[in-house]
Design a binder for this molecule. Structure first.
Ligand SMILES: [Zn+2]
Length: 330
């Protein structure tokens, strides 16, 4: 798998090629409607341009006359386009981004926003987030879902979850500097995966690499890699995933505790989290279990790692998926 920057540059090159092809197509279109007119105008404009340049160099007197003839030819070209129902600039250079003219860089030498976006897209494509998850962002969180929920142990779900999302946002905005980790704990359907997606998307927007994997798939992968059980067609993707879980700036392990745990996978998850921590790379883990539950399935070693190196965000409230269905009558 190539870097997001290489992929983005390739996309930009493709964009330039497509635009050039579109421009050529337009010329053919107009010329085939009015071949003689078109050739006469184009030849006239070329001659005018050369004459104008020569005039400037030699200090000729006809400058205004030549300019006048160029303007007249341009007007004829506009009328020609108009008669075909095309806009005035139909034959001009086709560009997707007028700021950098599809070069990806501004005059100041800085990356243009369009290139930044392509890089973010390439990263998003390799992040393993599902289509729905890519849509889940901090600005779309629907707090009304928490508003009507009853208090839980004296805690107001709305206030509580707002704080949880604020913590999540702060994390997504700074994890590469703080090297922090998050453990999202709570019952199914309380929004842990939703917050994980928000964090992932915000990190991608900031140009960080993100890799998402459910614990179930992650362990399946680790087991297959370890015991050499990969089918030939699985090898490439598995090698890519294996690299990503170690190297991505942010790894998200969703739903820890729902997978089938073997002695090997219990050790492997600890090693993975441990080695990421040593490299200063951040991990977000979500689980339906509490610490005692995790300890029972995995090890004390893992839960003390969570207690030591992870900020724990407990999720409260009722199953939002159920609520949403009741609300929208689905
Ligand atoms: Zn641009």
């Amino acid at each position: 798998m190539e870097s997001a920057y290489t992929l983005a540059n390739r996309a930009l090159t493709e964009r330039r090629e497509e635009n050039r092809a579109e421009q050529e197509r337009r010329v053919v279109e107009v010329r085939s409607a009015f071949p003689e007119e078109y050739d006469r105008i184009e030849a006239g404009l070329r001659r005018g341009g050369t004459a104008l340049a020569r005039c400037v160099l030699t200090g000729g007197m006809d400058y205004e006359k030549i300019e006048e003839s160029i303007r007249s030819l341009q007007k004829q070209r506009r009328e020609l386009l108009k008669s075909l129902g095309k806009p005035e600039d139909y034959l001009e250079e086709v560009v997707t981004c007028s700021l950098c003219r599809d070069t990806g860089f501004l005059e100041t030498g800085r990356r243009c926003g369009c290139l930044e976006e392509l890089i973010a897209n390439s990263m998003g494509a390799s992040s393993n987030l599902t289509g729905i998850m890519k849509e889940q962002t901090f600005d779309k969180v629907d707090y009304t879902l928490f508003a009507k929920q009853p208090k839980e142990n004296g805690r107001e779900p709305l206030t509580y979850m707002k704080t949880a999302y604020e913590k999540g946002f702060r994390f997504a905005d700074t994890f590469d500097k703080t090297h922090g980790n998050l453990l999202l704990m709570g019952n199914a359907g309380t929004g842990k995966t939703y917050l994980s997606s928000c964090i992932a998307n915000h990190a991608l927007k900031r140009g960080k690499s993100v890799y998402y994997q459910t614990a179930f798939r992650l362990f399946e992968l680790l087991e297959k890699l370890k015991f050499d059980r990969l089918l030939p067609e699985e090898e490439e993707l598995a090698a890519y995933s294996a690299r990503q879980i170690h190297q991505a700036d942010l790894l998200i392990i969703d739903d820890l505790g729902t997978e089938f745990v073997t002695a090997y996978s219990a050790a492997a998850v600890f090693d993975l989290i441990n080695s990421r921590q040593l490299q200063g790379k951040s991990t977000v883990v979500s689980t339906n279990l509490n610490l005692e539950g995790l300890e029972k399935i995995y090890s004390k070693r893992l839960t003390s790692r969570f207690l030591g190196g992870f900020e724990i965000i407990p999720f409260i409230g009722q199953d939002l998926r159920m609520q949403k269905h009741i609300r929208t009558g689905e």
